[in-house]
Design a protein around this ligand. Structure first.
Ligand SMILES: NC(=O)c1ccc[n+]([C@@H]2O[C@H](COP(=O)([O-])OP(=O)(O)OC[C@H]3O[C@@H](n4cnc5c(N)ncnc54)[C@H](OP(=O)(O)O)[C@@H]3O)[C@@H](O)[C@H]2O)c1
Length: 285
C-alpha cells in the first residue's frame, strides 16, 4: 500500500512542504489516506543539505501517517524511478539540468513543480501530467498559501492527490496558469513584503520610544487582528479603513502622510516588479 514521493531539491520550500506532509494527521477516510505517500525521498545536491533534512525529520519523531523519509544526495534517477509522484523544488536555474538528468524515468509520472517561472508547456516536455504550484515559506507552519494550476493531462485522481498534499501548506487557490507570475510575486514573495511592513511598524514604535519586544508584539497583533477582521467580517478593506478614520483624527493624518510617501503605489509597483522578474525566470539558461 502507499506510493513513493520524491522531492527533487529539498531546500527551504521543499522542506516546508515535506514537514507539512510528514506531520499531517492521519485521515479517518480510507480514500483520503490513500492519497498520501508511504515513503518520501528527499533529494539534494550535496551531503550537508541531505544531513540537514535527515536531522529535521529526526526532530519531528514519527509521522502520524507512518510516512518514512529517506534523505539523500546524488540519487535523483534512482529516486524518481521508484516514485509515482515527483515534487520539483530546485531553484529555477537548475530545473533544466535536474529534469534532463531524470528525463526518461520521470516520463508519465505526475510532476508537481514549485519552481518559479517554469511554465506547464516547458515542464510537459518531460512528462504530460504537470501541476504548477506557487506557495510560500509560512507553509512550514501550516499558514502558507498555494496557488495551483494543472495541465490538461492531470487526471481527476491526480488533482485530488495534489490538493491533498498541498492542502497541508495552508490555503489552496486554483487559478489559470496565466496568473502564475503574479502569484509568484504576490504569494511566493509576499511574506518578504509583509515582513517589510512588520519591520517598518516595529521600527516606528521603537523610534517613538516603545521597547523592541513590545513594539514587535504590537505590530504582529495589529497585522494578525486586521487580517482576521477582514476575513471574518467579509467587508471590503477600504470600508473598514474608512470606519476607523475619525474626521480630523490621527488615522486619516497617518494615512495621508503615508500616501504622500507613495506607500500604496510603492507596494503595487513592487509586487508587479516581482511578477515581471518571475516571468523571466524559466527563460534563463
Ligand atoms: N524560498 C521561497 O520563499 C520560495 C517561495 C516560493 C517559491 N519558491 C520556489 O521554490 C523553489 C526552491 O526554492 P528554495 O528557496 O527552496 O531553494 P533552496 O533552498 O536553494 O533549495 C533548493 C534545493 O535544491 C537542491 N539541489 C541543488 N541541485 C540539485 C540537484 N542537482 N539535484 C537535487 N537537488 C538539488 C539544493 O541542495 P544543495 O544545497 O545540496 O545543492 C537545495 O537544497 C524555487 O524554484 C523557487 O522559485 C521559493
Amino acid at each position: 500500500m502507499g506510493y513513493t514521493l520524491t522531492i527533487l531539491g529539498c531546500g527551504v520550500m521543499g522542506q516546508a512542504i515535506l514537514s507539512a506532509i510528514y506531520k499531517a494527521e492521519k485521515p479517518t477516510d480510507v480514500a483520503v489516506a490513500e492519497l498520501y505517500p508511504s515513503k518520501i525521498i528527499a533529494c539534494n545536491g550535496d551531503e550537508p543539505a541531505a544531513e540537514q533534512v535527515a536531522q529535521m525529520i529526526k526532530g519531528y519523531g514519527e509521522s502520524p501517517n507512518g510516512i518514512v523519509v529517506e534523505s539523500a544526495f546524488g540519487n535523483n534517477r534512482e529516486a524518481v524511478s521508484e516514485s509515482k509522484v515527483v515534487i520539483l523544488g530546485t531553484k529555477p536555474f537548475l530545473v533544466e539540468t535536474v529534469l534532463d538528468e531524470v528525463k526518461d524515468v520521470v516520463s508519465g509520472k505526475l510532476l508537481i513543480s514549485i519552481a518559479a517561472g517554469w511554465t506547464i508547456d516547458q515542464l510537459a516536455n518531460y512528462t504530460p501530467p504537470v501541476s504548477r504550484v506557487m506557495t510560500n515559506t509560512p507553509a512550514k507552519y501550516g499558514y502558507g498559501c498555494a496557488v495551483i494550476a494543472h495541465s490538461a493531462q492531470v487526471t481527476a485522481d491526480q488533482k485530488k492527490t495534489v490538493s491533498q498534499l498541498i492542502s497541508h501548506v495552508g490555503t489552496c487557490v486554483e487559478l489559470p496558469e496565466k496568473n502564475m507570475d503574479a502569484a509568484t510575486s504576490l504569494v511566493g514573495s509576499g511574506p518578504a513584503y509583509v515582513l517589510l511592513m512588520i519591520e517598518s511598524m516595529m521600527e516606528s514604535g521603537i523610534k517613538m520610544g516603545i521597547p523592541l519586544r513590545e513594539s514587535l508584539t504590537c505590530s504582529l497583533k495589529v497585522l494578525e487582528g486586521t487580517c482576521k477582521m477582514v476575513e471574518e467580517s467579509g467587508t471590503h478593506p477600504s470600508v473598514l479603513k474608512h470606519q476607523v478614520c475619525t474626521p480630523g483624527g490621527t488615522t486619516i493624518a497617518g494615512l495621508c502622510k503615508m500616501e504622500e510617501n507613495g506607500v500604496k503605489s510603492g507596494i503595487i509597483k513592487g509586487v508587479e516588479e516581482g511578477a515581471i522578474v518571475a516571468a523571466k525566470l524559466g527563460k534563463r539558461k
